[in-house]
Write a protein that binds this ligand. Structure first.
Ligand code: ZN
Length: 126
């Protein structure tokens, strides 16, 4: 599943939900003070329903995003003291992003984290 990141469009979704939940029904209620109409009353309910549906959808989206963030944090915590192979004898420190780590380095020269030695005996090839 693709990583959800609602920081770019979360405000737009909430703004859209506010318009359907509060603004449109509010304007229609003001109009209905002067002009009673069953159609307008139905439109108020429909607009409110659309707004609530958007909010429920957004809450679901946030729940999935928070779950993905939690899984990524757990993954990062288990990998941050490892060297990532970049090729040509270079590695990247997963704690700080230093790309000048060499295979013989036991710790990162930038952040000082002690690298965990990979246990090759646990890795099995099919
Ligand atoms: Zn580092």
């Amino acid at each position: 599943m693709k990583k959800i990141n609602s920081i770019g469009y979360g405000g737009k979704i909430l703004g859209c939900a506010t318009i359907f939940t509060l603004v449109i029904p509010g304007i229609m209620q003001i109009i209905m003070f002067a002009y009673k109409s069953r159609i307008l009353a139905a439109c108020v309910k429909i607009s409110f329903g659309i707004g609530i549906s958007i909010i429920v959808f957004f809450i679901g989206l946030l729940a999935v995003e928070f779950h993905q963030d939690k899984r990524m944090n757990i993954y990062y915590e288990t990998k941050k003291d490892e060297k990532l192979v970049l090729g040509r004898g270079l590695y990247e420190c997963q704690a700080c992003g230093n790309r000048g780590v060499k295979s013989e380095d036991k710790y990162c020269s930038v952040c000082g984290i002690l690298f965990k030695e990979k246990d090759e005996s646990n890795e099995t090839n099919p």
